[in-house]
Design a binder for this molecule. Structure first.
Ligand code: GDP
Length: 424
């Protein structure tokens, strides 16, 4: 029996979806345990190319049961649209292969409004939200002002609860932001349009997972975003509003007492970061444009250009530590094949001092990267499938990162397709 989490070590977009898609073969259940539809996992397989936002990446494998745990921001509107889109490409989604926790809170239409209104108010100080309502959703959840998915089965109580929430929410919408309030009729229509269709998938997923555990099933936990976006351990306040760490997987999935047997951390062979906030190793100008183009670094959800930089050993070592990673998957190695010499951020300089531990968030804005160069391999490695067939410079690059972060790199990914992988 395996309980494995696949998590991002950096700022997100490391290629977690691609690794989950590859590894689901050995697993019976795939669980999403935090976050919402504000990021995208890109998966390319024999059924096509998909940008998944809420659905777990195991949805493409026959026989795999996918779970949306209580820790996710359950956005019925986006989920239903995504389910229809994935189904239209020939993927079966039924209550047998998708289960939604009855304890997951619903992301309501006003959460999206609040997100946009607050970013507008912040103007040039904005956080770079994807405006999917995630921050207002989680703050409402912690204020105990959300609806649980399971409440959809109790219409009378639901209406009473909604009435109280609307009364409170409308105060913020109209008095703080001067925006439009919601009527009960509008909310009821929204529930009929988007919650009713997903109702057959809602159940006690904790019970399902305990049963799966008792039967010795292998369970994979899929995170969204990366360690540096974790609410408590990331680059606050430029974090997401949930815990993206492996440690949260048991709580957010419905198996709070579970012990993970493995944590696979996904690291990109260079760095990317979407949105605002400090990004110490950031590259600019022609060098950055070329890397962005070669790596197709544009957001899966928003199409925004990603900021790019060399691999950041300081941030990556920290990410490995806070995730408690036991193995690393290094992705997008194939992209670096065009570089004569490859830049690596080996330390930060803060206050004239060189440091190799990740500093307190306030210090990040003044930290400067210390860059060293290592030789490139100058060839296309996307067809390589065995470690011994990699050029020596590529092997050295992997070994250099492995040594610096103190965790074995057991997968080297050289392409987006399922089989473009080297196992070590
Ligand atoms: P995630 O959110 O961590 O799953 O990452 P994204 O899906 O946003 O970004 C990763 C992107 O890189 C996707 O477009 C993947 O298809 C692609 N990708 C993942 N691994 C590799 C790789 O090894 N090589 C190449 N060329 N592309 C990759």
């Amino acid at each position: 029996m395996k309980n494995c989490a696949i998590v991002g070590i950096n700022w997100g977009d490391e290629g977690k979806g691609r690794m989950v898609d590859l590894l689901t073969e050995g697993y019976d259940v795939v669980v999403r345990y935090q976050g919402g539809g504000n990021a995208g996992h890109t998966v390319i397989n024999e059924k096509g190319k998909f940008a998944l936002h809420l659905l777990p990446s195991g949805i493409f494998r026959d026989g795999v049961v996918n779970v949306l745990g209580n820790g996710v921001a359950l956005d019925p509107e986006n989920l239903w649209i995504e389910m229809q889109d994935v189904r239209s490409k020939g993927v079966a989604i039924t209550p047998d292969n998708l289960k939604i926790s009855d304890r997951a809170s619903l992301l309501m239409p006003w959460h999206r409004d609040m997100d946009a209104l607050e970013e507008q108010r912040l103007a040039d100080k904005k956080y770079g939200s994807t405006k999917q309502g995630i921050a207002p959703f989680y703050s409402d959840k912690y204020q105990k002002k959300t609806i649980l998915a399971g409440e959809l089965f109790y219409p009378e109580e639901l209406e009473r609860h909604l009435k109280d929430i609307l009364e409170w929410k409308d105060l913020t919408l109209t008095r703080v932001y001067g925006a439009k309030a919601y009527t009960m009729e509008e909310v009821k229509k929204w529930i009929a349009d988007f919650c009713e269709p997903i109702k057959p998938f809602i159940c006690d997923t904790g019970e399902f997972l305990r049963d799966a555990q008792n039967k010795g099933k292998n369970i994979l936990f899929e995170a969204q975003l990366g360690a540096l976006r974790d609410l408590d351990y990331g680059i606050y306040p430029y974090t997401t509003s949930s815990n993206a760490l492996a440690a949260y997987a048991p709580v957010g999935s419905g198996l709070p007492s579970l012990k993970l047997t493995d944590v696979i951390g996904v690291v990109k062979a260079y760095s990317t970061c979407v949105g605002e906030g400090p990004f110490v190793c950031e590259m600019f100008g022609k060098e950055a444009d070329e890397l962005r183009e070669k790596g197709f670094e544009y957001g899966a959800k928003t199409g925004r250009s990603r900021r790019v930089g060399p691999v950041d050993l300081v941030a990556t070592r920290y990410g490995v530590q806070v995730q408690g990673a036991t193995k690393i998957a290094l992705t997008k190695m194939d992209i670096l094949g065009y570089m004569d010499k490859i830049p690596v951020c080996v330390k930060y300089e803060v206050d004239g001092r060189q440091i190799d531990s990740f500093p307190f968030p306030t210090l990040l804005s003044e930290a400067k990267p210390v860059i060293e160069y290592v030789p490139g391999w100058k060839c296309d490695i996307s067809g390589v499938r065995r470690w011994e067939d990699l050029p020596r410079q590529a092997q050295d690059y992997v070994l250099m990162i492995e040594k610096a972060i103190g965790c074995p790199i057991t997968y080297v990914s050289v392409g987006a397709e399922r089989d473009s992988i080297i196992l070590r």
